[in-house]
Write a protein that binds this ligand. Structure first.
Ligand code: GDG
Length: 479
């Protein structure tokens, strides 16, 4: 029986241990949101780091039960403290993440990070070899695993492989700063399919590859092109990720209205410097200065979900962001009105969907983002079609749905403040027409469409080809 073997750096659940007590948290981020929706009740094994340095039988059991609730198997991997620091926080989140998001100054090119990246990719290949069966299809996610297929092949794993990059791919002048760039590209080219969110990402990747081997299709408009490398054909595709439209649309029907007497501008972001959080507050402050008629009439509700990455940039960002929140609330607030309602922590999903349904504006201000799912979730939940999506032109989503939104340049404080004003004064008819078209687009190009495009292109399969089977032996008992 064929299975999907899914690999990502973190599992959908993250374990933390405090004073010997195990606590299970939902892992933050868009990759987890999207994959959970694709893999629900499917014959899939999801392999990833569980957040701990040792997987005890108790942790294995807890994780297994969490997977069972969603209808797939979870296979937890342990990372030592050194692997966490050098592979996860180091190479992946201290070099690739900042550089691929144009934050070159944050990249620390430490040789020990590269060594850890190589060895953890090799370690995952060894673990996959233990779990994989002949008929499985291996689907790998994100920038932590550029070298994995090479080590899978060395370990004798011959299964077909597909890779999807959830973050942007930078242009050559940025990518070639990485001292290990050629090994990274060669590693990636061992996959059978490589997928990106946008045509720009693929073009950047192919331009980098053309330094190694001639590539004809750099500017192709076809969603999938083939390149030849070392006598192999590799498919390279554009697959804009999406969301489970029906689920948000359905949950929104009974969503509770948030208790706010003002108009709501909503922001939902992970704590990350790529999300344009500081720029957002500066533009909002400017808006309040320029349009005093909106004092007491509007509120920015900004949720910031904590990050798993442990890096000083995130601590500094939190301090700067919170400083600006207090400054704005101190300058403009009254005893009856707090201009910024700041929530640090993960909001429960029912509440999130309530905000999505009733927010007058949803504001995605990323200074760089692979796709960004928040705007799509907002539209799917905005069933009354009364909201406006303010979307950064630097989010991948702008290339796909920009025409139905108000696009903003997060560095342009005045332009962004005017866009807020325009959204607040937009006639109902125009709002409805834009939101309706946006929702129609996302309803059609939903997460199932995305998953099927990739699985079809890579393996000639569809999601339905991996039906869940209730009576299966749990994975951990088979090891
Ligand atoms: C990466 C790429 C790409 C956030 N706060 C709360 C909460 N969330 C959920 C949102 C959404 C997800 O987290 C964030 O997804 P994004 O797509 O916006 O961003 P990243 O985490 O950076 O994801 C990104 C994505 O991968 C998929 O390929 O789009 O470009 O960077 O689902 O709803 N959920 C709840 N409470 C919160 O407070 N319940």
């Amino acid at each position: 029986m064929e299975r999907l073997l899914v690999v990502s750096a973190i599992l959908p659940v993250h374990i933390t241990k405090e004073n010997g007590d195990i606590s299970v948290k939902v892992s933050p981020g868009g990759l987890v949101t999207a994959l959970k929706q694709v893999l629900q009740n499917k014959k899939a094994v999801w392999i990833g780091w569980a957040g701990v340095d040792r997987v005890s039988p108790k942790i294995r059991e807890v994780i297994h039960l969490e997977g069972k609730k969603e209808g797939f198997l979870l296979y937890p991997v342990a990372l030592t403290r050194e692997e966490r620091e050098n592979f996860f926080d180091g190479f992946s989140n201290g070099i690739i993440w900042p550089l691929f998001h144009t934050f070159q100054a944050y990249a620390r090119f430490q040789p020990e990070y590269w060594k850890a990246y190589v060895s953890v990719n090799r370690k995952f290949a060894g673990l996959i070899k233990k779990v994989v069966s002949k008929n499985d299809f291996i689907w790998v996610h994100d920038y932590h695993f550029f070298l994995l297929p090479e080590y899978l092949k060395k370990a004798g794993v011959k299964n077909k492989t597909a890779f999807f990059l959830h973050i942007p791919f930078p242009p050559p002048e940025m990518f070639f700063k990485i001292p290990w760039r050629v090994d990274m590209l060669r590693g990636l080219l061992e996959y059978d399919l490589i997928g990106f969110h946008t045509f720009i990402d693929r073009k950047n990747f192919l331009e980098c590859v053309s330094e190694l081997t001639p590539v004809k299709n750099v500017n192709s408009e076809k969603p999938v092109v083939q390149i030849k490398y070392k006598n192999r054909r590799i498919k390279v595709g554009v697959f804009p990720i999406s969301i489970d439209f029906d689920r948000y649309n359905h949950l929104a029907q009974n969503a509770k209205k948030p208790d706010h007497r003002t108009k709501i501008i909503l922001g939902i972001d992970r704590l990350d410097y790529t999300k344009g959080l500081v720029q957002k507050l500066k533009a909002y402050r400017y808006f309040l200065e320029k349009y005093p008629q909106y004092h007491c009439k509007v509120k920015l509700v900004q949720a910031v979900a904590p990050n798993i990455k442990k890096l000083p940039e995130y601590d500094r960002l939190k301090v700067e962001f919170e400083h600006l929140v207090s400054e704005i609330n101190g300058t403009f607030g009254t005893d009856r009105w707090t201009p910024v309602h700041y929530i640090y922590g993960r909001i429960p999903e029912e509440k999130l969907i309530g905000y999505y349904r009733y927010a007058d504006i949803c504001w995605v201000n990323s200074v760089k983002d692979g796709m960004n799912l928040v705007g799509k979730e907002y539209a799917a939940s905005n069933i009354d079609e009364t909201g406006v999506l303010l979307l950064s032109e630097f989010a991948g989503a702008a290339t796909e749905i920009g025409e139905y939104t108000l696009l903003v340049n997060p560095y342009d404080i005045e332009g962004t403040a005017s866009a807020i004003y325009r959204a607040l004064t937009m006639p109902q008819k125009e709002k409805k027409s834009r939101m309706k078209q946006l929702r129609d687009h996302i309803r059609r190009y939903n997460i199932k469409w995305w998953g099927n495009c990739i699985l079809q292109t890579a393996f000639g399969k569809k999601i339905e080809d991996f039906p869940f089977m209730e009576n299966e032996i749990p994975l951990h008992e088979t090891l």
